[in-house]
Design a protein around this ligand. Structure first.
Ligand code: SAH
Length: 465
């Protein structure tokens, strides 16, 4: 086989102009029409000197050596560390450009699936900073100090970081407070080289409206010394503290949190409000991380669903019941399904707390439950789906079509799987109704949420096809 001749060599330096930007924030330089180089922290239009760092068969990577011109879309140059950390890869791009990028990404993904549908401008935040209601950060003893920050990619080197730019500032402060108290009592931290030590992560959640604070120590060891003194110090230092949890999560068994929680102090969960409804949030429950845009998202999704008092609706991938509970008063019945037991228990509690009596939350795998419902001849008017990043399954789509709701409202946190699923739903006799709506739940990052509404084709349409 002839050797492919690549258009660049490793370590070669070149002067180039950046052509485009990938959704993860990497600049794209087309060396030839078919061979791109990806360059971190390089914006479209900028003229830069690059050094090639990796050469693969179809693409390569390079780093910026010198920037000869600066894009008028560039900002936050003092926050370069967030790009290195990977926590805010779009931080160097002006916010309007971030919103435009997300819209065009959604449009492109749909077009790739043959769906030529309008995509509305991305709905953004008035202030796209310090918005997250939750964070989890690794800790490590380094140079005689307990350090919190991020692991440099592919290393066991923890780079200190205290200003995450996207977290509620009170959360960033709480991380430092707890870290310093653990340091004072010389608590061990998990050492990734030796695979020993206790604390792996500190997690903090804060209610946007309630200001209730939850601190979780995620530990590789079942106990830590001086627990009582640590509890007293944390409690004294954080007046908003409502829940202090010890999560036993041995590194060999769990990536992040385990289901094994022990309340060190206060409550086992915190509360917050969403569209006027109150929700209990436990340490393991999924809860949308951007409370401000979540209200916009849910409100829009409910409007687009065109709910009627006689409707039976499904809330699938329901988490702690947020979507169903916020619309229950507008419909006849809500049927929810979710696979995490703690989240279903929270959903049932949340129903009672909000005096909702027409909702039922089931613990089941959504595709399995959909088959059961379809076989039982359930005929919901509206089906809401809000799956994790991997999206829906063919089984779930088939069962949905069998139930034949007038509308499917698809809330997605991953436009790649959404576009794939949308093509399948359209093929099964539905049409995308109006524009697909991106909502910026995750400013400064490459993620984007979308709402897509499908309406069932009328019989005459089906006859034509
Ligand atoms: N609608 C909720 C949660 C969305 S996140 C909200 O907006 O807050 C997606 C949820 O899907 C998570 O709670 C996750 O636990 C759940 N999930 C993941 N796989 C599932 C499956 N196979 N069946 C049912 N639920 C699932």
């Amino acid at each position: 086989m002839p050797r492919t001749i690549l258009p660049v060599k490793l370590h070669e330096q070149l002067t180039v102009t950046v052509d485009d930007i990938r959704i993860d924030g990497m600049g794209i330089v087309q060396i030839t029409p078919t061979y791109p180089l990806y360059v971190a922290d390089a914006l479209p239009g900028e003229e830069i000197v690059i050094a090639v760092t990796q050469v693969d068969k179809f693409s390569g990577y390079a780093r910026v050596v010198t920037r000869l011109t600066v894009s008028d879309q560039r900002e936050n140059s003092q926050r370069q560390y967030l790009i290195d950390a990977g926590t805010a890869p779009l931080v160097n791009l002006k916010y309007q450009a971030q919103l435009d990028l997300k819209r065009s990404q959604v449009q492109r993904l749909l077009a790739q699936k043959g769906l030529d549908v309008p995509v509305a401008p991305t709905i953004g935040m008035a202030d796209p900073t310090y918005y997250r209601n939750k964070t989890i950060v690794p800790v490590k003893w380094q140079d005689g100090h307990l350090t919190s920050g991020f692991y440099r990619r592919g290393t066991h080197d923890l780079v200190p970081m205290t200003d995450y730019f996207v977290n509620d500032a009170k959360i960033d402060q709480a991380i430092v407070v707890v870290r310093d108290i653990l340091e004072k009592y010389q608590v061990t931290a998990f050492d990734p080289d030796q695979q020993v030590g206790a604390i792996r992560y500190i997690m903090v959640r804060r209610g946007y409206y309630s200001h209730e604070l939850m601190v979780v120590l995620v530990s590789n060891d079942p106990t830590i010394p001086n627990e009582a003194a640590i509890i007293a110090d944390v409690q004294a230092a954080l007046p908003e503290l409502k829940s202090f949890i010890f999560n036993l999560s041995p590194k060999k068994d769990f990536v992040l949190l385990s289901p094994n929680n022990r309340t060190l102090w206060g409550e086992a969960a915190i509360h917050d409000t969403l569209l006027g409804y109150e929700f209990i949030i436990g340490p393991n429950s999924f809860y949308q991380v951007n409370p401000q845009t979540t209200e916009v998202l849910y409100d829009l999704a409910a409007q687009k669903a065109d709910l009627k008092p006689t409707d039976t609706i499904i809330d699938a991938y329901s988490g702690i019941g947020t979507i169903g509970i916020t619309v229950a008063n507008r419909v006849k019945q809500v049927l929810g399904v979710e696979v995490v037991p703690g989240a279903v228990a929270d959903a049932q509690y949340n129903m009672r707390r909000n005096q909702i009596t027409n909702a039922t939350y089931l613990l089941a795998d959504a595709p399995e439950q959909f088959k059961v419902w379809a076989q039982a001849n359930l005929k919901p008017e509206v089906v809401f789906v809000d799956p994790p990043r991997r999206g829906l399954t063919t089984e779930l789509i088939r069962a949905t079509v069998e139930m034949g709701p007038a509308r499917i409202v698809y809330i997605s946190c991953n436009p790649v799987t959404m576009a794939r699923d949308a093509a399948e739903i359209v093929q099964q006799g539905y049409t995308i109704d109006g524009a697909v709506q991106p909502v910026d739940q995750f400013p400064q990052t490459s993620h984007v949420e979308t709402i897509t509404v499908f309406k069932k084709n009328s019989l005459s349409q089906q006859a034509v096809e």
